[in-house]
Design a binder for this molecule. Structure first.
Ligand code: FMN
Length: 166
């Protein structure tokens, strides 16, 4: 199998957030997709070892902040290369609370979800979320995963579903 074929699938770059006993937390994710339009449902795939996974399971809720090409790449690093277990990620990143969920201010939109189903793979949980809130923030172009790799020159760690060993 030529794993490079997966690089031809298109994604965005998102912060998937939730609550950790009243403290906001979350992780960078490319794996968000809309599943249905009415009622609107969205799915994300989160590694079992990610702290965010347990927080979503405990609260039954998650939010997706959609990063734009103008979003600070440091946000991707903070949320994608550290664990909320050891770091208060939202301490250095502006956020607002909408629909009772923390969302990153420096984003071009957000979607708030209530978990309605999960599917376990060997490494990741796929959370299916019913959308309870969402809005567009400005008119900046959403960042694609290809833009993150080709323009920002960013990397993806092992826990990303799209990880390819160099
Ligand atoms: C560009 C990018 C995309 C990522 N996509 C995902 C993803 O879709 N699912 C996932 O579980 N981890 C993904 N990750 C990895 C997590 O963000 C990373 O393991 C993070 O440190 C987990 O934080 P946590 O332990 O606080 O949950 C991605 C990381 C980057 C940088």
């Amino acid at each position: 199998m030529n794993k490079n074929v997966f690089r031809n699938l298109s994604y965005g770059v998102y912060i998937v957030s939730s609550w950790d006993n009243g403290r906001p937390t979350g992780c960078t994710a490319n794996s968000a997709m809309q599943i249905t339009s009415s009622p609107a449902t969205v799915a994300v795939s989160i590694n079992h070892d990610n702290y965010t996974n347990g927080c979503i399971k405990d609260t039954g809720r998650f939010a997706v902040s959609i990063l734009s090409e103008k979003s600070d790449p440091l946000i991707i690093g903070t949320f994608g290369f550290y664990s909320g277990k050891d770091k208060d990620k939202f301490a250095d990143v502006d956020y607002k609370i909408v629909g009772n969920m923390p969302v990153v201010s420096d984003s071009c939109g957000y979607i708030v979800c209530e978990v309605i189903d999960t599917m376990e793979t060997d490494t990741h949980t796929v959370f299916l979320g019913k959308v309870t809130d969402g809005d567009v923030n400005g008119s900046d172009t959403p960042m694609t995963y290809a833009y993150y790799h080709n323009v920002v020159k960013g990397k993806s760690p092992k826990n990303a579903p799209t990880y390819i060993e160099e």
